[in-house]
Design a protein around this ligand. Structure first.
Ligand SMILES: [Fe+2]
Length: 216
């Protein structure tokens, strides 16, 4: 028997970690982002004092404010599309928090997750070159126990994915997925709007047991 005797060799990918990306066309993004930026500036005027290299965050209820209503609608639709892509049955999604981050040059955000939500995401209002990335860490921590030397990095062997983004891009990911934002290496502010989404009927419909008791 030789290896060439085998047919249909294939690497199968199980238990994928899905990160969804969508992007407004540049012409649409520019107009929308200018409006969002003005609304964010209003939130942060006057800007509270802050340490150099550390960013500002707005209140967490932007989704309830008229200036962000269009974005809130798109966020829910993007979340529903993500649920559809994994065949999830649900009775809608609710934004449980939505806030803007304004990060000056050198600002970064340490690794974290967004507990108690199903999906989280970020929309990029201003993603200047050098500040236009978000990094995701491999949730399979045991993979770090043994690491061959790889000739070339790719999505199959990476332990961290440093994803490039741009103005008008929206990224959605599972809320449990650890992520961080590296230093803003540009000379401009990075402005993002982050959000969390939760399944509407988690307690009522999803949490109860789905098995039939044997004694009935
Ligand atoms: Fe985050």
């Amino acid at each position: 028997m030789k290896i060439n005797d085998f047919k249909n060799a294939a690497a199968m990918q199980f238990f994928p970690t899905l990160v969804w990306r969508q992007e407004l066309p540049p012409a649409r993004a520019e107009a929308a982002n200018n409006r969002l930026l003005a609304a964010i500036d209003k939130q942060l005027t006057p800007r509270p004092a802050q340490t150099a290299g550390v960013g500002w965050q707005t209140a967490q209820d932007l989704h309830l404010q008229p200036a962000f209503a269009d974005l809130a609608k798109v966020i829910v639709e993007a979340g529903e599309a993500a649920l559809k892509s994994i065949e999830a049955e649900h009775n809608g999604l609710t934004i449980t928090g939505c806030w803007a981050n304004v990060n000056p040059p050198e600002a970064r955000h340490r690794a974290h997750t967004h507990p108690n939500n199903f999906l989280s995401g970020v929309y990029y209002v201003r993603a200047p070159q050098g500040g236009n990335h978000i990094s995701f860490t491999d949730p399979r921590v045991q993979c770090a126990v043994m690491q061959p030397r790889y000739r070339k990095d790719n999505v199959l062997n990476a332990s961290v994915i440093n994803l490039e983004v741009a103005d008008g891009v929206m990224i959605l990911f599972p809320s449990w997925l650890q992520h961080d934002v590296r230093r803003n290496a540009s000379n401009e502010e990075r402005v993002t709007i982050a959000f969390n989404l939760m399944l509407n009927d988690y307690i009522e419909t999803i949490s109860p047991p789905i098995w039939t008791p044997s004694g009935t």
